[in-house]
Design a protein around this ligand. Sequence first.
Ligand code: CAA
Ligand code: NAD
Length: 287
Amino acid sequence: MATASEIAAVGVIGAGQMGSGIAQLAAAAGCAVLLLDADPTALSRAVASISASLRRLAAKGQFSQAACEDSIKRIRCVSTVQDLRDADLVIEAIVENEDVKKKLFVELDKITKPSTILASNTSSISITRLGSATKRPSQVIGMHFFNPPPIMKLIEIIRGADTSDEVFAAVKSFSERLGKTVICSQDYPGFIVNRILMPMINEAFWALYTGVGTKEDIDTGMKLGTNHPMGPLQLADFIGLDVCLSVLRVLHNGLGDNKYSPCPLLVQYVDAGRLGKKRGVGVYSYG
Ligand code: CAA
Ligand code: NAD
């Protein structure tokens, strides 16, 4: 198994909001990146947004223009899971759905080399269960980035019941190589950050649903009243309302407490396809 400094080739699956940012970070750290998505248009959008983000950071002096162009060149878009067979580390960032993720982990387990570490960027799903779907649970780990990955300073690492010390150490130092601060969470629903964040977002939906305040007043209240960079409804749109709903369902099912029960207004927005900023409409509309 590769140590953090030996991780040279990184596979990233899912080229959405998170996967594109994760691919960018790995490329900027000098890794060869193989980026895969089921939707080819997601790949072209990802390459455009990574290039724009890297150029924005280069303009701010974070690295040189040449280093920025080299990073872009280190990212190769691929079209099948088989293309990831030689990766030292694969980071999965597909839809927040346990069955779909498990199916992918089974496939990854079959095609990657025996030493490959399989990481999930899941927001809430059990790493132990993803690991159990494979024949290498000691090499399965949660590597939870925050949105937007190039800017947010944290990675939350989640050890499954069987994740080895060696894999934990490699992923921790690789996260530090990406310039991030690491926290470690036990493998319980929603881990640390979303266990605390999502009930606040859900409560903001209840406040809107029951008419306590307008969306603008709820967001301005939390921005200026508690110094958050975004109000909770604006943040929910930024994360994706589908992701927020999936995480709340995992918290509700896994912890069995009604306080995590998703607000009907959030459910209705997702049912209507109002998934937030990525779809142009959520709680707010985006031009
Ligand atoms: N790439 C490069 N640079 C970026 C960028 C990106 N993807 N996104 C933003 N930036 C830069 C901008 O260029 C700007 O730089 P300057 O200050 O030098 O001009 C800076 O970041 C701030 O950006 P903006 O001016 O566009 O907007 P902002 O001041 O509102 O900041 C934000 C944007 C950083 C996203 C900020 O609003 C914020 O921190 N919001 C909260 C984000 C948050 O809480 N994320 C976690 C969500 S929970 C999660 O991720 C876990 C989960 O499982 C759901
Ligand atoms: P997204 O909808 O922006 O992107 C998901 C991408 O995965 C899409 O491009 C989709 O085409 C692709 N995809 C779906 N199923 C696939 C499959 N089987 N094989 C290949 N590609 C597939 O979602 P996102 O916001 O980037 O979230 C991705 C993951 O990251 C989720 O597990 C989510 O919970 C987690 N996460 C999200 C955030 C956030 O703020 N959005 C933060 C941290 C973690």
